[in-house]
Design a protein around this ligand. Structure first.
Ligand SMILES: Cc1ncc(COP(=O)(O)O)c(C=O)c1O
Length: 427
């Protein structure tokens, strides 16, 4: 492969600042996924415990709405911020379900998933060098989107011993004159923690006292295990609600990940001015058929949501059982999301013959078992690992058994790299 060459005039001085994209990585989870996909293509049995993609099919009434819209010719350019019917239905939803008072259709902006919502929000909000406080660990793409917008992510450690609550005291200690926003994510990827109302209220009070924005990522609002409940931080903000930007997605709650649809809810004049410009120049409107599907998802029957939750609960317990009672492995019981996080003792590495959590993750991948090492999510959690239980129940069951066998040493790591080959696979 040819090395890419920057096209610039000869003798041009080197750029003073690195290009923002040179500060962004392709991500460790993607690398693990590629190892697994290659192994699968070569006929090896793999367990996709690294990525968070719901295994469920999209609900039939949503698929019907998409097909109907296609047949009715609703396949042309649509309004940049979203089709009015969907914006209006989502305004109704966030008022009724999330307690976001006073929201109108004009406050809802459709995006290509929550990922694009983060990109657009930080792009519209941040000046170069602005700092955004985020929990550490945190799903990597949040920090990457802050960097892409010229901002600086500032990690605040969250700890298993504190239920991964986002400590308002530590957030306050991280505030500097350059701080622009506090980023909040509940339920939390990667730990599965669900923030308490008291913590959320304290974060609102902190933001108000320091005149900061709150960016709230609620992509997992529907993936919750009783007795946990979801509280939208925007519902606690009162007269500060204009400074809370709420981000939602259809990917996890409705298993519509491939349809790429999410939304930003904001009442701020600044964002009403800037977001439409950014949306126009990046996507010029979300795929029209996905929007008609989303309208059916939000206005139609919701009975698929508890069914999915019940199934996730079965998978969660399979994975937790597999991780429990192993020396050096300390699983955290997730109250939401489909991720199981475990802190690791360094003694585990010596016992299994790996150098660190990163090495463990690579050795597991060589056995066909997906995972994501702690340092994929921040600096403060190198001795940890995340497993996903969003794959189908059979895969989670079999993957959990293979994982336990590897972590207890029953199957030596590295000994089984080609095992489980399917029929017809090469030697
Ligand atoms: C915390 C969090 N936010 C946002 C997203 C983006 O989801 P999507 O772009 O599919 O809506 C993810 C996906 O994994 C996530 O974990």
């Amino acid at each position: 492969m040819q090395t890419p060459v920057a096209v610039q005039p000869q003798n041009a001085p080197p750029p003073a600042e690195p290009h923002p994209l040179d500060l962004v990585s392709l991500g460790k989870i993607v690398q693990i996924r590629e190892v697994l996909l290659r192994a699968e293509a070569a006929g090896q049995r793999v367990f996709r415990l690294e990525s968070g993609d719901p295994s469920f099919s999209v609900a039939p009434h949503v698929l019907d709405a998409i097909a109907e819209a296609g047949r009715a010719g609703k396949t042309h350019y649509i309004p940049n911020n979203g089709i009015p019917q969907l914006r209006s239905a989502l305004a109704t939803k966030v008022k009724a379900k999330n307690g976001l008072e006073g929201v109108t259709a004009d406050d809802v902006f459709l995006t290509n998933g929550a990922m694009h919502a983060l990109y657009a929000t930080f792009g519209a909000l941040l000046e170069p060098g602005d700092e955004v406080i985020i929990p550490d660990p945190m799903w990597t793409e949040v920090a990457e989107n802050i960097r892409l917008a010229g901002g600086v992510p500032v990690g605040v450690p969250v700890r298993a011993g504190e239920g991964f609550e986002y400590s308002p005291e530590r957030v306050i200690a991280a505030i500097t004159p350059r701080t622009r926003a506090i980023f909040v994510n509940t339920p939390h990827n990667p730990t599965g923690a669900v923030l308490s109302r008291a913590t959320l209220q304290a974060l609102v009070d902190t933001a108000r006292a320091h005149k900061l924005w709150i960016v709230s990522d609620e992509a997992y609002e529907d993936v919750l295990y009783e007795p946990a409940t979801h509280v939208s931080i925007g519902s606690l903000a009162g007269d500060y609600a204009e400074h809370v930007v709420s981000i939602f997605s259809f990917s996890k709650s409705h298993a519509m990940s491939g349809l790429r649809i999410g939304y930003v809810v904001t009442r701020a004049a600044l964002l009403h001015d800037r977001l439409p410009k950014l949306l126009r120049c990046t996507i010029n409107g979300v795929n029209s058929l996905a929007q008609w599907g989303a309208l059916a998802a939000v206005t139609g029957p919701q009975d698929h949501l508890p069914k999915m939750r019940d199934e996730y609960l079965v998978r969660r317990d399979l994975l937790l059982d597999a991780l429990t009672g192993i020396e050096g492995v300390h699983p955290f019981v997730p109250r939401g999301t489909f991720f199981a996080w475990a802190d690791l003792d360094e003694s585990l590495y010596a016992r299994l013959g790996v150098e660190d959590a990163d090495g463990l993750s690579r050795a597991l991948a060589a056995q066909g078992i997906g995972s994501a090492p702690g340092d994929a999510f921040g600096n403060s959690c190198v001795n940890a690992i995340r497993f996903s239980f969003s794959a189908d129940t059979k895969m989670v069951r079999e993957g959990s058994a293979a994982l336990r066998s590897a972590l207890t040493g029953a199957t030596p790591l590295g000994a089984n790299a080609g095992a489980g080959r399917g029929p017809g696979a090469g030697a």
